[in-house]
Structures are given as structure tokens and as C-alpha cells.
Ligand binder design. Structure first.
Ligand code: 5GP
Length: 194
């Protein structure tokens, strides 16, 4: 998606540890007009599948998922990151290893909001090692719902997540795939642009 790639080149900041900071438009301050274009693009790419629910993970997936959901006209459910060990039995849970914080946490979704008959599209801001998506996919599987695909705003193609998710047969659409980025020169190369 050219508009997104241009914006990443203009406002993205490359940090150490393979982190791309896009918090001026994507996951801290949020450019809602851009989100609208992102929503349209996901709808176009997943036009051939039936979706009745969007599932994301708190916190940075929520804003994007909400705007995307308007184009699909479906509700958004977000997996909560569980801080207490005190979870009731009426939830699906799975574990996620955080890329940005390097620790493992539980995620959960109430059984009330996910289950058989649901056709679920996963949406998240970033794909790095794929743990967040794998955790969400596990919740969908446990619930008996159908996973129709995953939409990612920025995939870091030099990390393992994208390959792992595709290998599992999950349909993955990433709007910008960063093939490489150089902290010193500030150069970002996108897949397809080389
Ligand atoms: P994964 O689970 O695929 O390793 O990492 C995905 C999660 O980590 C995303 O939900 C996102 O919040 C965070 N993340 C991974 N890489 C980056 C990055 O380069 N920049 C930012 N801002 N967040 C990232």
C-alpha cells in the first residue's frame, strides 16, 4: 500500500533491536484518515471471504481494528492481556511472548464473544516474530470459530513471524512489508521495491 509505505518512510523512526517506531501516526498518536484508507484496503483484499468478527489484541491493535471494522460492518473483540492469575472459567486463554517487552503474558477472550459459527479476521499493527498472531489464532481455534485470515499493517519481513504464519496455512495480508532497515542511514527497503 503505497500511501502507507510513503508515510513510514517520512515519519517512521528506526530504533535499535529491530524496532520501527511509528507512534506519530499508528500506535500512539493515530492518523484516522490513514486508518480509513487502511480499512478500505483490508476490505478490498479480503473481499472474497465472509467475516463476522474482527479480533485484535490490546492495546495498539484496538484503534486500527475499530476503523477497519467499519468497512466490514462487524464488531471488534480485543484479547485482554491478563495481569492477574485470577481468571474465571468462562474465557479462552493463551500465552504470548512479547516482542517489545520480552516477557510472556496471558491473553484472554470471554467465551461470550467468540465461538462456533464466527468467521474471524485478525487485525494487528505489527508482525515481528508472530507470537501475538499465534496467540490470537490459538484463541480462535479453542473457541471453535473459523479463522479466515490475518491483516497486518506493518510486517517486518526480516523476522520470522510472516513465514511461520504463512507456513501454518493462515492467509496473511500485510499492507507494508519491511524487507530491511538501517538505523544508521535511516534507509527502509520494502518488499517489492528492491
Ligand atoms: P510479534 O508477536 O509478531 O513478535 O510482535 C507483534 C507485536 O509486537 C505487535 O502487536 C506490536 O505491538 C509489537 N511490535 C513488534 N515489532 C514492533 C516494532 O518494530 N515497532 C512497534 N512499535 N511495535 C512492534
Amino acid at each position: 500500500m503505497q500511501l502507507l509505505k510513503d508515510r513510514i518512510r517520512k515519519d517512521g523512526k528506526i530504533k535499535g533491536g529491530n524496532v520501527l517506531k511509528v507512534d506519530s501516526f499508528l500506535n500512539h498518536q493515530m492518523d484516522i484518515k490513514l486508518f480509513g484508507e487502511i480499512g478500505k484496503e483490508f476490505k478490498r483484499r479480503f473481499a472474497d471471504v465472509e467475516v463476522n468478527k474482527i479480533l485484535t489484541i490490546e492495546a495498539s491493535g484496538i484503534g486500527i481494528a475499530c476503523v477497519v471494522a467499519q468497512y466490514f460492518d462487524v464488531p471488534v473483540v480485543f484479547a485482554k492481556k491478563n495481569k492477574t492469575k485470577n481468571i474465571a472459567g468462562d474465557v479462552y486463554t493463551s500465552q504470548v511472548e512479547s516482542f517489545t517487552h520480552g516477557r510472556v503474558y496471558d491473553i484472554m477472550v470471554s467465551k461470550e464473544f467468540l465461538g462456533e459459527g464466527d468467521k474471524v479476521l485478525l487485525i494487528d499493527d505489527f508482525l515481528a516474530n508472530g507470537k501475538a498472531l499465534e496467540g490470537l489464532a490459538a484463541l480462535v481455534k479453542d473457541s471453535g470459530a473459523e479463522l479466515v485470515g490475518a491483516g497486518i499493517v506493518i510486517e517486518k519481513g526480516f523476522q520470522v513471524g510472516g513465514d511461520n504464519i504463512r507456513r501454518q496455512g493462515i492467509r496473511l495480508e500485510s499492507l507494508a512489508i519491511v524487507e530491511s532497515m538501517d538505523e544508521e542511514t535511516g534507509t527502509i527497503v520494502f518488499r517489492g521495491d528492491e
